[in-house]
Design a binder for this molecule. Structure first.
Ligand SMILES: NC(=O)c1ccc[n+]([C@@H]2O[C@H](COP(=O)([O-])OP(=O)(O)OC[C@H]3O[C@@H](n4cnc5c(N)ncnc54)[C@H](O)[C@@H]3O)[C@@H](O)[C@H]2O)c1
Length: 367
């Protein structure tokens, strides 16, 4: 896999926060396959089961259990391993939990981001820092148009607003400490934030997330219960935003002044479907099962959320590869392997092959 992203990641020290989470595990695996030395810094995996343990990633990366709220320990890890790349994914990532634990959500997502950026400031080796926020960072006015990177950030619930706050922090740090016009003079850091949509893929067991809720029910032959059947979300296969993060990181490494900004990585318009349509697709690929609506009262959730991805298409040549049908097929085939008892090493190989197949479909070239 080394020749992809022009070998930028081969032999580089890459520090990933949130490597025990769903997206962090996929990203760690992909970077490891690209030849990077992956240093993971996170709390223990947030769910049982989880992808990190399901494919035994602990043996393949440097696994450090640490809290992003602990600035001293976090900084000591930066100092010890001297990363050139940082991908910050660690977060309290659940909207519904953020209603129960707003303070923890802000401390993790906002102060945690400040701590990562402080550690970057204090570690001279860092050249590239990509902070993963969310499509939910935008002030959602429930319109049918996709949000652009220049639209105001905000957020109705504590999770969304914490990601909006993180965006403000990143923007302030970029202007105050990592300003592109001072690159190579007062600092050597390219800093970007990335906003992706509702990510689906094998190995997610997050609470109150649609695909995990479906597979939890289907694997026990229970009825899937859905809350907001007509809600529309920018669903995308997990490797889509990750390919965007990696491509962006590689470009930022080569040119430290040109790509330091906010970037949307969402699906094509055709893949933006309702919750109910998605559940029907999941059941079709699972082979059997049914669903019902839960009409009781729930905390506020947006009805519409779309991302405009024109900027990533035009300026870095990124584009979505899998449509929603392929994304669901790939996602469910991973879970079927897991629930059919595939051994860890085989599941690891299968997961790597999913990345290779995705790369082969990308036909990427950048620059
Ligand atoms: N999954 C999605 O659909 C989606 C969509 C948009 C944005 N995001 C963002 O992408 C990132 C990764 O999401 P995910 O789906 O992998 O989430 P996840 O919940 O599966 O993983 C979260 C990770 O953060 C770690 N973590 C949580 N609190 C921590 C703390 N205080 N200190 C250190 N580590 C901590 C967990 O241990 C885990 O490794 C998050 O920033 C999330 O907000 C996810």
């Amino acid at each position: 896999m080394g020749s992809y992203f022009e070998n930028v990641y081969a032999d580089k020290v890459v520090l990933i926060t949130g490597h025990t989470g769903f997206k962090g595990s996929w990203l760690s695996l992909w970077l490891k396959e690209l030849g990077a030395k992956v240093i993971g810094y996170s709390l223990e995996p947030p769910t049982k089961p989880n992808l990190f343990e399901a494919i035994n990633l602990k043996d393949k990366v440097t696994h450090i259990v640490g809290d992003v709220r602990n600035e001293v320990y976090l900084t000591s890890i930066f100092k010890k391993f001297q990363p050139e790349f940082v991908f910050h994914l660690a977060a309290q990532s659940l909207v519904r939990l953020s209603y129960k634990l707003p303070k923890l959500t802000y401390e993790t997502n906002v102060i945690g981001t400040v701590n990562v950026l402080e550690a970057v400031r204090k570690t001279e080796s860092v050249r590239v820092c990509v902070v993963i926020t969310s499509d939910k960072c935008y002030e959602n006015i429930e319109w049918i148009y996709g949000y652009r990177e220049t639209d105001p950030v905000g957020g109705y619930d504590p999770y969304s607003s914490s990601k909006g706050c993180a965006e403000l922090v990143i923007s302030a740090y970029r202007r105050s400490f990592f300003n592109p016009k001072d690159y190579g003079k007062t600092h050597n850091v390219a800093l970007s934030s990335v906003r992706a949509g509702n990510v689906i893929g094998g190995g997610d067991w997050g609470e109150d997330r649609l695909i995990p809720d479906c597979v939890r029910a289907l694997s026990k032959r229970e009825t899937v219960i859905i809350r907001n059947p007509s809600a529309i979300r920018p669903w995308q296969y997990v490797l889509e935003p990750l390919s965007g993060y990696l491509l962006l990181g590689a470009l930022m490494y080569k040119d430290g002044t040109r790509y330091n900004d906010a970037w949307n990585f969402g699906p094509n318009e055709e893949s933006i479907i309702t919750v109910e349509e998605l559940v029907k697709l999941v059941i079709k690929h699972w082979g059997n099962g049914n669903y019902t609506m839960d009409i009781s009262k729930h905390p506020h959730e947006a009805a519409f959320l779309k991302l405009d991805i024109s900027k990533a298409r035009a300026l870095i040549g990124w584009k979505p590869i899998y449509d929603i049908y392929k994304a669901v097929e790939k996602t469910i085939s991973w879970y079927l392997n897991f629930y059919n008892g595939m051994q860890k090493e085989m599941l690891y190989e299968f997961t790597v092959r999913e990345i290779v197949e995705y790369i082969n479909s990308m036909g990427i070239k950048y620059g």
